[in-house]
Unconditional design. Structure first.
Length: 237
């Protein structure tokens, strides 16, 4: 009799667990549908408001309710290029942090001076009942590329018909070592899928063609640059 009772209680518990799982799944599906409905309602509402504004705005007040299409057509391109920027307290500090702070954080972590060094590893080790130790075997600081060469490469890339894009690199490069003795800069080619140091790493033929064209323009620019020729004849300490 006791065996039958235990089996019955186990069966009831199993049924209850399955019911809860089904109920949770149904509730999650309802929440997802509700979210989709809310987004759709907001999109349609905005479309209706903009349409009425476009059709009836001029009749009410052409100045106060200028047509959205006219506003869009009158918009000017955002300024680009180098400019003087004055940073105040608050959000400008966030922008400065995003611009250079992450690179500095990388150096702090690399040197072991950051308060966050090893914290992620310690959390993972604690979850797995392990202990964690780390040691530094190679320590290379971040190196800024030569501003003159970087500007020359950008001009050469534009001359090759490609848009230039500046970016930092977290990998170790020979240019990091050479930069201590000679001006250095680098040109990167895209790797589809971001795959690097792997047998499946590849490049696009059009990128290779652009890089070769860029190299030709760069050599011509440097050969005609008095600043470069003067620096090439000046030994560096």
């Amino acid at each position: 009799m006791s065996t039958v009772v235990e089996a019955g209680e186990s069966s009831v518990a199993l049924d209850t667990s399955e019911d809860r799982a089904r109920a949770s799944k149904v509730a999650a599906e309802r929440r997802r549908r509700r979210q989709i409905q809310n987004v759709a309602i907001r999109v349609v509402s905005i479309a209706i408001v903009l349409s009425l504004w476009e059709m009836l705005g001029n009749r009410i007040d052409p100045v106060l309710f200028t047509k959205p299409s006219l506003v869009a057509l009158a918009a000017e391109d955002a300024p680009a290029g180098e400019m003087t920027v004055v940073l105040g307290p608050g959000w400008p500090g966030i922008l400065l942090h995003e611009a250079i702070g992450h690179g500095l954080e990388g150096d702090f972590n690399r040197k072991g001076t950051s308060a966050f060094v090893g914290l992620m590893g310690q959390q993972i080790a604690a979850r797995r009942a392990l202990s964690m130790n780390f040691a530094t075997f190679l320590n290379q600081s971040a190196v800024a590329m030569d501003p003159f060469l970087v500007a020359q490469i950008e001009s050469a890339i534009r001359a090759a018909g490609c848009p230039p894009h500046r970016m930092p690199s977290g990998a170790g490069h020979d240019a990091m070592i050479l930069a201590a003795r000679v001006p250095a800069a680098m040109v990167f080619l895209r790797s589809p899928g971001g795959i690097s140091h792997d047998p499946s790493e590849s490049v696009l033929l059009e990128d290779v063609a652009c890089a070769i064209d860029c190299g030709g323009h760069l050599l011509k620019q440097l050969a005609e640059s008095a600043e470069f020729l003067k620096g090439a004849n000046t030994p560096r300490g």
